[in-house]
Design a protein around this ligand. Structure first.
Ligand code: UT7
Length: 330
């Protein structure tokens, strides 16, 4: 066990933002050869939100961050670190965390992005815990924001129906009121990274005037990703429970990454958590990658499903591959 596990880590404020524009499955029927029936039965998704023209991942994150700060009863000027999870940054440089910081009127905080794809928020909890363990006076703003619809190939029906845009945010400190981060564990396997990619990085030597290739967009071997997602989300959840001497009976609510209802049901089955204790909102938002878990937390609180006193298990899986689980006691 690391020393940081002995230091209290409080997740004090939660906020989420989704853009106004909604794309339903019926809208997609007009764009690509698909049906509402296929998307609903194979994924559970009914609609997803899309950023407006000129609105970027940093804008969505700033909106979510304002709500998280208000929820925590804190001012932007109190923040010492802005750590931002995204696999769809506004730019390669400057990092999106700096843009979020500027939009919030924060100057002087440490600000950086990290990419753990859909596992971003849980990875971020782990990093925030390490920061407050090393620096107990730190006030960390964790944002998770995605502009996935900007990197979808609208001619590829196997991917373009799955994803949506959105952002979530939390404020994390060593002290104060808020959900206690009881444990968090993150893992990865880079050997499998090729099964889920978004290009546009420097490995593709684009020259000015070159046409954009399919590699620029989300590409995924859905069946393989599905199998690994179920296996790893269930296994790491079990591991986190066991090392804390807990069972799924001690979990009031499972909030899993919202990628596919069949994945969520399979993880719930493996863990033996009945569906009424599993939070699902992917029918409204689709897969928002890093934003999915904080968006679900904020949504579950707003809907009164997540209440004070509850122990919540978070479970994630994403490109990289990356995966993780965390226990939050509200
Ligand atoms: O966020 C982290 C990672 N992402 C995930 O966790 C996603 C994991 N994977 C999945 O959710 C599922 O694998 C998908 C939803 C992507 C696909 O579901 P599937 O049941 O694995 O379908 P499939 O890829 O095996 O395709 C079945 C059929 C194919 O047709 P044939 O070859 O059987 O004739 C596809 O061409 O469904 C077809 N298909 C579609 N049909 C209508 C694929 N996409 C669509 C579509 N509309 N949008």
């Amino acid at each position: 066990m690391t020393a940081s596990r002995d230091i209290a880590c409080r997740v004090r404020g939660f906020g989420a933002y989704t853009p106004v524009d909604v794309l339903t499955n019926f809208d997609l029927e007009k764009i690509v050869e698909t049906t509402d029936e296929w998307i609903t039965t194979r994924t559970g998704i009914k609609q997803r939100h899309r950023l407006a023209e000129g609105q970027n991942a940093s804008d969505a994150a700033a909106e979510a961050a304002r709500l998280a700060l208000a929820d925590a009863g804190m001012e932007p000027g109190e923040i010492t670190h802005v750590i931002n999870a995204t696999c769809t940054p506004d730019y390669l440089c400057p990092n999106t965390a700096c843009l979020i910081e500027a939009k919030l009127g924060i100057v002087g905080a440490m600000a950086f992005d990290f990419n753990a794809a859909c596992s971003g928020y849980v990875y971020g909890l782990s990093m925030a815990r390490a920061i407050v363990a090393a620096q107990p006076e730190a006030r960390v703003l964790l944002t998770a924001t995605e502009a996935l619809t900007r990197r979808l190939n609208w001619a590829d029906r196997s991917t373009c129906v799955l994803f949506g845009d959105g952002a979530g945010a939390s404020v994390i400190t060593a002290d104060g009121e808020g959900a206690l981060l009881e444990d968090v564990r993150c893992a990865s396997d880079g050997n499998l990274g090729g099964l889920l990619t978004i290009g546009g990085g420097t490995s593709t030597p684009y020259a000015k005037g070159d046409p954009i290739g399919d590699d620029f967009f989300v590409q995924m071997n859905g069946r393989d990703v599905f199998k690994h997602a179920v296996r790893n989300m269930a296994a790491i959840s079990q591991e986190v429970l066991e090392r804390n001497g807990l069972t799924t009976d001690d979990v009031a609510l499972l909030i899993p990454h919202q990628a596919n209802l069949r994945i969520i049901e399979a993880v719930g089955d493996r863990l033996g958590i009945p569906t009424e204790r599993v939070f699902v909102n992917l029918h409204e938002f689709g897969n928002t990658s890093a934003a999915s878990v904080p968006l679900a937390i904020a949504d579950a609180r707003a809907k009164g499903v997540l209440r004070p006193g509850m122990r919540v298990l978070l479970a994630t899986f994403g490109g990289g591959f990356t995966w993780g689980a965390a226990l939050l006691h509200f």
